[in-house]
Design a protein around this ligand. Structure first.
Ligand code: NAD
Length: 231
């Protein structure tokens, strides 16, 4: 029987790589994203999530892996963060993962797994990131909370915290060379790739991680151990 994996934000750099990797691992992958995706949903809107999850469950029947990857950032200093942007970051990054998990956990059974996307921004403070770090700190607390709540049902909940990952959306910050100095002081001296994140997500989704729950696995080339902040 085929194993079903749902990836939110699957049209983006990291989400797309995760979907590709889980597909190569043998999962039937549902790629969810905003309008235009094969499985459209606005994770920030609980009504949209309920409608999407209802149709999804009618179609695939059960979920083995849920990857809450959809995310946005509105980097700005406190004086420049509008109420709309503040709410959007929390609505997508934190509540979006909550709504999707709440909607799909009823059709997840023992042996299944949730993987949430955090960020090193939850652990290392940098200037002018607005509420993005708070949204990711919330994701990590939620990961631990749901691990103890869902553990007795055999459902594992973990998070991956990427560091500096070079994607189409972040490419401009690397292409102009302005990040070269920063990358040079990382222990592994390079930006991460979406595939670096997909590999660890694949592990956490797999039975090889069958005794791992409530953890945040940092995938950052050593950024956090070197105490590097992003200026
Ligand atoms: P990205 O912008 O390339 O992709 C994000 C995807 O999420 C997009 O396809 C977007 O359409 C989708 N999305 C946004 N809002 C949505 C919504 N309301 N409903 C459904 N889908 C929505 O970003 P990325 O770099 O691939 O980041 C993926 C995840 O990894 C995010 O959670 C991000 O915070 C996290 N992350 C990224 C980096 C990095 O350096 N790129 C570092 C740390 C953490």
């Amino acid at each position: 029987m085929s194993r079903i994996a749902i990836v939110t934000g699957a049209s983006g750099g990291i989400g797309s790589a995760i979907a590709d990797r889980l597909s190569a691992d043998g999962f039937t992958v549902v790629r969810a994203d905003l309008d235009g995706a094969s499985s459209p949903v606005d994770v920030a809107d609980p009504d949209s999530v309920a409608q999407w999850a209802g149709a999804l469950i009618a179609d695939v029947g059960k979920v083995d892996v849920l990857v809450n990857n959809a995310g946005v950032w509105r980097h700005a200093a406190i004086a420049d963060v509008s109420a709309t942007d503040a709410r959007r970051v929390l609505d997508v990054n934190l509540l979006g993962a909550w709504w999707c998990t709440q909607a799909l956990v009823p059709v997840m059974s023992a042996g299944s797994a949730v993987v949430n996307l955090s960020s090193t921004a939850a652990a290392v403070a940098s200037r002018a990131l607005g509420l993005y770090p708070a949204s990711k700190g919330g994701i990590e607390a939620m990961t631990r909370q749901l691990a103890i709540e869902l553990g007795p049902r055999g459902i594992r909940v973990n998070a991956v915290a990427p560091g500096l990952i070079r994607t189409a959306a972040t490419e401009a910050r690397y292409a102009d060379g302005s990040r070269d100095g920063l990358l040079a002081v990382l222990p592994l001296a390079r930006a991460g790739t979406p595939e670096d994140i997909a590999a660890v997500t694949s592990f956490l989704a797999s039975d090889d991680a069958g005794y791992v729950t409530g953890q945040v696995i940092t995938v950052d080339g050593g950024l956090t151990v070197a105490g590097v902040g992003v200026p």
